[in-house]
Design a protein around this ligand. Structure first.
Ligand code: PGA
Length: 252
């Protein structure tokens, strides 16, 4: 990814139920991108695994559009029934993988130690990890985010960490219709860069893209880029509505 580009991730989660619907959303969004206006953006579609190879063929050689996975296993292959490896995803056309999403942490019991192993596996397969961090309702942002960053990035070298994108996703904002106010998102961006400076260096901290996720929609999207100084967005629900998603993309 060109670090100058704003990255906009579409996390489709466990939607849609048919490949034809997945293609429809993808085609409508790609068809609606404006070559001049959107050339400084990288749109990353993260569909369910099952639709991956088909959609990868559709986005192949399309500039500014890439595919990402929503998860991967920490091994490249082996006796892990029901799992998908980073090597498989890379071979199927993925460039990115979302890791440590709060739904996986909360509902699938993913610990920071598991997230750390998955980041290493993703990097081994040349996938760019999009690491999600963020506090739950009632938790202190800085305590939770510092804990997650230091554990999730444990023993990663500078060269490994520079490939990572950090997504700040306050858990209370995800799917709730209660987006984080842009000034709080700005505090989180600055805090994340402070921790990265502590763990690595200021130079690296300035280079790593930090993006925002949690109830992003067309009317609030630009605040995260312009006011909160974020390098992009991670969009869940609104990324399944092609028209709304295009409005988000075109709003800054
Ligand atoms: P949302 O989801 O945009 O529907 O809140 C964001 C996410 O889960 O990453």
């Amino acid at each position: 990814m060109n670090m100058e580009k704003t990255i906009i991730v579409a996390n489709w989660k466990m939607h849609p139920v048919k490949l034809s619907q997945a293609r429809e959303i993808l085609f409508e969004v790609i068809g609606g991108l404006k070559s001049t206006r959107d050339s400084d953006k990288e749109i990353v579609f993260c569909p369910p695994f099952l639709w991956f190879e088909d959609l990868a063929a559709q986005v192949k050689n399309k500039r500014g559009v890439a595919l990402g996975a929503q998860n991967c296993h920490w091994e490249q292959g082996g006796a892990y029934t029901g799992e998908i490896s980073s090597a498989m995803l890379a071979n199927a056309g993925a460039k990115y993988v979302i890791l440590g999403h709060s739904e996986r942490r909360q509902l699938m019991g993913e610990t920071d130690e598991i997230v750390n192993l998955k980041i290493k596996a993703a990097l081994k397969a040349d996938l760019k990890p999009i690491l999600c961090v963020g506090e739950k309702d009632g938790e202190e942002m800085n305590i939770r985010v510092e804990e997650q960053l230091s554990k999730d990035l444990a023993s990663l070298s500078v060269n490994q960490t520079k490939e990572i994108i950090i997504a700040y996703e306050p858990v209370w904002a995800i799917g709730s219709g209660k987006p984080c106010p842009p000034d709080s998102a700005l505090s989180a961006t600055l805090f994340i860069r402070r921790i990265l400076t502590k763990l690595y260096s200021r130079f690296l901290a300035e280079k790593i893209p930090v993006i925002y996720g949690g109830s992003v929609e067309a009317q609030n999207a630009s605040g995260y880029i312009k006011t909160a100084n974020m390098n992009g967005l991670l969009v869940g629900g609104a990324s399944l509505e092609a028209k709304e998603f295009l409005k988000i993309i075109g709003s800054f």
